[in-house]
Design a protein around this ligand. Structure first.
Ligand SMILES: Cc1cc2nc3c(=O)[nH]c(=O)nc-3n(C[C@H](O)[C@H](O)[C@H](O)COP(=O)(O)OP(=O)(O)OC[C@H]3O[C@@H](n4cnc5c(N)ncnc54)[C@H](O)[C@@H]3O)c2cc1C
Length: 381
């Protein structure tokens, strides 16, 4: 089938606006928040005020009902400015709010989606555990019926926005005997009895995002806090993550493009052996390969987004886009450090930050191995 990759006027205008926002509001503070290991909540609030957090959600909820391609544009532009800051925005919008928009009751949408879109409440997505990341069937967090609600016990690890979230979408086993077919999603508020954040975690990269361990000790939630039906939490989480993978791919594309652009400018200016280093054929070939990889990642990402918008199957294509774009990003950001020489290794350079930030993209949302497993399964293996 033919795919039209040209942007509509609306998408094009949106790209210009979000790019300007990223240049003015995010890029200038990216280094500072990386050093502070803190997420700039005011950026989320401002994105909410401008209506950008509601991009993908229905108009009646305060959103603008835009398509997946537009979401990919947002991820690419914000990822270009700061992967660390975008990670916090990504988890809030594309995982926590997205799950509530898809599977939430009217009252849940009113209580979490609306204020989430406005940037007044922050969401987190708690799936991973100390002994269960890639393998959700071994999840040990349990939710047991107790009176008019559920009592949740367990620990979640590496949770983005964990210590700053107003609410967390938590996956827990409601029928442990059935493995992934016995998982359910719950919305837990930060002041729910028995919920706590024992520690914030320190990371190699994406340090402008908040990451925490979450603890649920006899944490009671009303039955109205279950998100979607009981025991279909895994399927619903996967539906949410399939769109998330397209956005993750676009995110990696943006970060890779940022490292590429900075390296290209450097190669034109930096002189060695009497000429700009970009004049050496060895360096030129490296740029040719990087440009090729960026283009391939872009085509895979936009293909997956386009398929999603047509309502066509896109599980394989989403995994391919996420896998290729994130590995491409890790390669290009590594090369960017080399191309900058010693200056790229210094903490005041931007490329070292992109290099550190890139690695997590191969790990989160299903590691590169898990994406390969998904692709192989879709091939019938
Ligand atoms: C900065 C950061 C932020 C994160 N944010 C969130 C968040 O907001 N919410 C959330 O729920 N999680 C989050 N995570 C967790 C992340 O999703 C998991 O770390 C990831 O899914 C991998 O799980 P794991 O760490 O348990 O590794 P493991 O599952 O233990 O994997 C270890 C290694 O084994 C490989 N492996 C495992 N199974 C297979 C297999 N079947 N075939 C081949 N190889 C395999 C993996 O690919 C990996 O290389 C975050 C992680 C990080 C680092």
């Amino acid at each position: 089938m033919a795919i039209d990759l040209s942007l509509t006027d609306e998408q094009s205008l949106f790209r210009d606006a979000i790019r300007r926002f990223a240049e003015e509001e995010i890029a200038p503070i990216a280094r500072e928040y990386d050093e502070r290991e803190e997420f700039p909540l005011h950026v989320l609030k401002k994105l909410g005020e401008l209506g950008y957090l509601g991009l993908r959600f229905p108009r009646e909820m305060g959103g603008s009902g835009a398509d997946t391609v537009t979401a990919a544009i947002m991820a690419e532009e914000l990822g270009y400015a700061s992967p660390g800051i975008f990670l916090g925005i990504y988890v809030h919008v594309f995982l926590a709010l997205n799950a509530i928009a898809r599977f939430g009751s009217d009252s849940q949408k009113e209580a979490y989606l609306k204020p989430g879109i406005a940037g007044d409440k922050v969401g987190a997505w708690a799936f991973a555990e100390p002994d269960a990341g890639s393998d959700p069937g071994s999840m040990t967090t349990r939710a047991v019926v107790d009176g008019d609600g559920y009592r949740i016990n367990g620990t979640k690890l590496y949770i983005t926005n964990g210590s700053i979230a107003d609410f967390v979408v938590v996956t827990a086993a409601t029928d442990p005997e059935r493995g992934i077919k016995g998982l359910s999603l719950f919305i837990v508020e930060k002041d729910a009895p028995g919920f706590s954040v024992p520690r914030r975690l320190h990371k190699l990269g994406v340090r402008a995002s908040d990451t925490a361990e979450l603890s649920f000790q006899d944490c009671w939630v009303d039955k109205s806090q279950i998100l979607g039906e009981e025991n279909v939490g895994f399927a619903n989480a996967m539906r949410t993550l399939t769109e998330g993978r397209i956005v993750s791919a676009a995110f990696a594309l943006g970060a890779g493009r940022a490292a590429f652009d900075q390296s290209l400018a450097h190669a034109k200016e930096r002189v060695a052996f009497g000429q700009a280093i970009g004049k050496f054929q060895g360096i030129q070939w490296q740029f040719a390969d990087m440009a090729l990889e960026l283009e391939a990642a872009k085509l895979l990402t936009w293909q997956a987004a386009w398929l999603a918008d047509q309502g066509l199957p896109h599980i394989k294509e989403s995994s391919m886009a996420k896998l290729y774009a994130t590995e491409m990003c890790a390669r290009i950001t590594g090369q960017a450090v080399l191309l900058h020489g010693g200056s790229g290794y210094m903490m005041d350079s931007d490329v070292q930050r992109f290099y550190r930030d890139a690695k997590v993209m191969e790990i989160g949302e299903g590691t590169s191995h898990i994406q390969r497993n998904t692709i192989a399964r879709q091939l019938g293996l």
